[in-house]
Structures are given as C-alpha cells and as structure tokens.
Design a protein around this ligand. Structure first.
Ligand code: NAI
Length: 295
C-alpha cells in the first residue's frame, strides 16, 4: 500500500548523547559501557549514596580494563570525564535515555512522563525492564513510538546479549536505532517479541522458581543446590545468581511474570524469597542475601 507514517511519528535523531536513569546494579554497568564507547552520558539516581557508589564502581570497572591491557590509562580518564552523575532530574536530557530503575510499572510510567515533558519528542525512551510489557509502558507516554525495550544482562559491561523489544507502538526506526547503538557498544542485540519476560527471563524463570521450591520443600539446602548445578556446568548456581542479580529485583520480575501469565502456578513467587526481600537481604548490593558478603 502507499500508507505513509502519520505526521505525528517522530523519527529518531542520530544518538550522540545518552542518559541512564537509575544507578543501581544495572544502571552503573550500562553507564560504564556508554562512556567507555565514547558517549557523553548523564547518570541519574534519586539516591545520592547509590550514585556515589556507582561512580566508584565505574572507575573500578574501567580500571580493570586498563589492568587487563584492554584500555590505555589515558582513555580511562577520558571515559570518566564523559560521565556526568546527577541527582537533578531536570537536567536529564539526551538523544537516548535508558531507564534502569526498580521493576515497578507505576515508577517507570511516572519517570517516562517526566522525561517526555523535558525532552524532544524524538528522544528515544528505552527501558531495561526484565518483565514489564513495553506496550503497556509506552501507552501512557506522549509519542509512544519512541518507547522501546533495551534489555541488558548482568553484569552489563561483560554480557554480550541485549534483547531489543518493540511494543505495539514502537516505530521500526527506533528499534533499528537501538539495535545499531547496541552494536556500537560491542553487544550482540537480538530482537524479541513483547511477551512477558521476553525470551531469556521467561525460560530462565524456572531455574529460580524450581530451585526455590526444592529448598522450600527441604529436598536440599540452597548451597547444595548451587554446588550441584555448578558441578553440572552452570557458571553460577541459582542462589549465587539471585544474589548477583538482586534478590528484590529477581522477586519483582517473578511477581510481574506471575501476573502477566494470569497467575499460572508455574511462575508463583516463593515465600522464602519474599522473606529475604522483607528482611532487606537483597544480595551482594546489601552485603547479604542467601550468602554473606560482609567480610
Ligand atoms: P537496583 O535496585 O539495583 O537499582 C535501581 C535503582 O533505581 C536504585 O538505585 C534506586 O535508587 C533507583 N530508583 C528508584 N526509583 C527511581 C526513580 N523514580 N528515579 C530514579 N532512580 C530511581 O535495580 P536493578 O537490579 O539495577 O534493576 C533495574 C532495572 O533493570 C529493573 O527494571 C530490572 O528488571 C532490570 N534488570 C535487572 C537485571 C539484574 O540482573 N539486576 C538484569 C537486567 C535487567
């Protein structure tokens, strides 16, 4: 047909500047990648302590690259100079904004609405969500055609995969731009459909849910489950991995997927995981999860 895109559809500009919103486990790694590959990058978090920790972690991450001979030390300084950490949301303006805040739809909605109000309609709003539908996320945002999923894996500087997810409204040019950017960041982007958990988290969910059931039913203690699965070739057992991911984040992802699959019991969140979250034992980031990291 001769259908033309509607006049209101915004075509993305070339991506020259990036902002990462949320400086937790994922945000700091994504920001490191961006500055490492030459992009001036704003890093925003509400929490000044988390932001300060993120700066230290990024400096250390770049330092490791220098130690391994993968980056000259002068380049480390240049990369750090590209990073602009801030707790002032009003200055968060860029060609591409990648959000990596808590896995809560209402929080992400409000954030995207605020960002839409202070950025050009062409600004791409990408979400690092593990489980929330991109279509639903985009629906409440002006110019939903620029909302897209850009799902990195943990740790973001090291894991090559990025899932690029188009919602119903996402403009093909926007998904293409994000895919090309992922390649510039040295990643292997893969297109995924906007289904609950996309691809990797949907399949991997059972690695966590079933392992938690094994422990709940006292079939084996959690460290034995880890030991056994690691002995079969998994790089990390499920409990060590949940501590790396963040027990709270992993729980939120399971909860969102349980809901999205209409409470299919195979995705039911675990009571012992809920208790860890309630106790503030969120894994490595809090010094304690299933294992203790305080020493
Ligand atoms: P996290 O809990 O480590 O960090 C979240 C950060 O967001 C915190 O620093 C918090 O202060 C900040 N925050 C909360 N509300 C905010 C707001 N309104 N504005 C700005 N900052 C705000 O969480 P994590 O694990 O980094 O997860 C972030 C996102 O990335 C989630 O959507 C999660 O599903 C996704 N993700 C997580 C992975 C993981 O392994 N942890 C892997 C891939 C995706």
């Amino acid at each position: 047909s001769s259908a033309q895109p509607a006049a209101s559809v915004s075509v993305p500009q070339p991506i020259k500047t990036i902002a990462v919103v949320g400086a937790g486990t994922m945000g700091l790694g994504i920001a490191q990648l961006c500055v490492q590959h030459g992009f001036p990058t704003i890093l925003f978090d509400l929490n000044a302590d988390i932001l300060a920790k993120a700066e230290v972690a990024i400096a250390a991450g770049l330092g490791k690259l220098v130690e391994k001979g993968k980056m000259p030390s002068t380049e480390r300084e240049a990369a750090l100079a590209r990073l602009r950490p801030t707790t002032d949301l009003a200055i968060v303006q860029a060609d591409l904004i990648i959000e990596a805040v808590v896995e809560k739809l209402a929080v992400k909605h409000e954030l995207f609405q605020n960002l839409a109000a202070q950025n050009a309609p062409q600004t791409i709003l990408a979400s690092n969500t593990s489980s929330l539908p991109i279509t639903r996320l985009a629906a409440a945002v002006p110019h939903p055609e620029r909302v897209v999923g850009m799902h990195f894996f943990n740790p973001a500087p090291l894991m090559p995969l990025v899932e690029v997810i188009s919602g119903v409204a996402t403009a093909p040019a926007v998904a293409d731009a994000v895919q090309a950017l992922a390649e510039k960041l040295g990643k292997q982007p893969v297109r995924a459909a906007d289904a609950p958990g996309f691809i990797v988290n949907r399949v991997a969910r059972h690695f966590y849910v079933e392992s938690l059931k094994v422990v709940e039913e006292q079939v084996a203690p959690f460290d034995v489950v880890d030991e056994l699965l690691e002995a079969t070739g998994f790089r990390m057992g499920p409990f060590r991995l949940m501590d790396l991911i963040g027990v709270d984040t992993n729980f939120s992802v399971t909860s969102a997927m349980f809901e999205a699959f209409h409470f299919d019991p195979k995705f039911r969140p675990s009571r012992i995981q809920q208790q860890k979250v309630d106790a503030g034992h969120h894994g490595r980031k809090t010094g304690k999860g299933f294992y203790d990291y305080s020493s």
